[in-house]
Design a binder for this molecule. Structure first.
Ligand code: NAD
Ligand code: TYD
Length: 353
């Protein structure tokens, strides 16, 4: 048996691959296009491990995916591959349509053809798990209840609209063709190996480089934050026991304003790696122009996955953020390689220009 993971060199995907292989011997075929967000350094601890088969390629390449499925005969596909950064989607939405919408469609087509050709037992056991986001539900008023799986889709950014489209395609492939799909919609993740374009690793990097910590607008936008290891355990649980065709919201019951997130980060840094001048990193916070169309609040009701599948997050925000800060402090070379672009040298070495 094996599973096919897409986007497994990115932030959440690489955490998922590492956690999976730390707990089981079932091999992973990891298909990743290695865009700017894919970093094989995240997986360097798996060098020489025959349980991990890395393939550089695009989920939108039907022939490649069909070939991988035919050769490795996985019992499941877990689809992480996506363009994932809202700000980039505002500057250049096209890549988001190409990967998140067209890419997911082609991956579904390849999965459907493969699944149709399986023997009855294998067909019954096969799963296509699509990893999505809470951002598809749009923005909540301050006193509105947290998102449940039945909330209307109201995506507001090109990123969330493209993820919404992919969720709809996944749903349609179940209803129309019977493909055994599962969809998860998770809140904001944080933890090791996150690309420093996202709020927490960006602030980790800038804090230590003596640069400003930029908060958009008034910094009072609210997100629910979940430690990446808890997202990975939720996905494993849904894959193992989720009901076909169902959607599961995943979250940390942890709403924080961006101001609170960055203030907590600074307080942990002040303790673990104090500034040379003895002042607080919080002095580096600046308020900058807001993101266009910035969603004000997201909140996740994770009651369904907790009741139906018995999943609970292991980390609180306090424990998860402390672990995360420690990880970045202990992996400064990783951060330097990403910010300098050196992580891409491996690519040139391996694949040429
Ligand atoms: P990421 O940007 O860190 O990683 C994405 C990975 O996908 C990269 O390795 C990239 O090379 C790869 N990729 C991009 N286009 C591809 C293509 N066409 N074919 C194959 N590989 C491709 O993203 P992430 O933060 O790890 O998010 C992973 C998934 O989880 C995404 O689907 C995202 O929408 C979803 N999600 C993310 C969060 C979050 O807070 N980061 C929260 C909820 C859901
Ligand atoms: P981000 O990490 O980009 O995730 P998302 O937009 O998917 O929620 O941003 C998290 C929050 O932090 C979001 O409200 C935007 C805000 N933000 C800043 O205030 N400053 C920044 O430099 C960044 C990258 C994000």
């Amino acid at each position: 048996m094996a599973i096919l993971v897409t986007g497994g060199a990115g932030f959440i995907g690489s955490n998922f691959v590492l956690d999976w292989l730390a707990q089981a011997d079932e091999p992973i075929v990891n298909l990743d296009a290695l865009t700017y967000a894919g970093n094989l350094e995240n997986l360097s601890s798996l060098a020489g491990d025959s349980r991990h088969v890395f393939v550089r390629g695009d989920i939108g390449d039907f022939d490649l995916v069909a070939d991988l499925l035919a050769r490795h005969r996985p019992r499941a596909i877990v689809n992480f591959a996506a363009e994932s950064h809202v700000d980039r989607s505002i500057h250049g939405p096209e890549d988001f349509i190409r990967t998140n919408v067209v890419g997911t469609f082609r991956l579904l087509e390849a999965a459907r053809a493969y699944w149709n050709g399986l023997a009855a037992d294998d067909r019954a056991g096969f799963r296509f798990l699509h990893v999505s986001t809470d951002e598809v539900y749009g923005s909540l008023a301050p006193d509105a209840p947290a998102f449940t799986e039945t909330n209307r889709y109201e995506p507001n950014s090109p990123y969330s609209a493209s993820k919404a489209a992919s969720d709809h395609l996944v749903r349609a492939y179940h209803h129309t063709y019977g493909l055994p799909v599962l969809t998860t919609n998770c809140s904001n993740n944080y933890g090791p190996y996150q690309f420093p374009e996202k709020l927490i690793p960006l602030c980790m990097h800038n804090a230590q480089a003596g640069k400003p910590l930029p908060l958009y607008g008034d910094g009072r936008q609210i997100r629910d934050w979940l430690y990446v290891g808890d997202h990975c355990s939720a996905i494993r649980r849904v894959l193992e026991a989720g009901s076909i065709g169902e959607v599961y919201n995943i979250g940390g019951w942890n709403e924080q304003t961006n101001r609170e997130v960055v203030a907590t980060l600074c307080a942990i840094l002040d303790e673990l790696s104090p500034r040379a001048d003895g002042r607080s990193y919080a002095e580096q916070i600046v308020f900058v122009q807001d993101r266009p169309g910035h969603d004000r609040r997201y909140a996740i009701n994770a009651g369904k996955i907790e009741r139906a599948l018995g999943w609970h997050p292991a980390e609180t925000f306090a424990t998860g953020l402390r672990k995360t800060v420690r990880w970045y402090l202990d992996h400064q070379q990783w951060l330097r390689n990403v910010t300098s672009g050196a992580y891409r040298n491996w690519l040139k070495q391996q694949y040429g220009a």
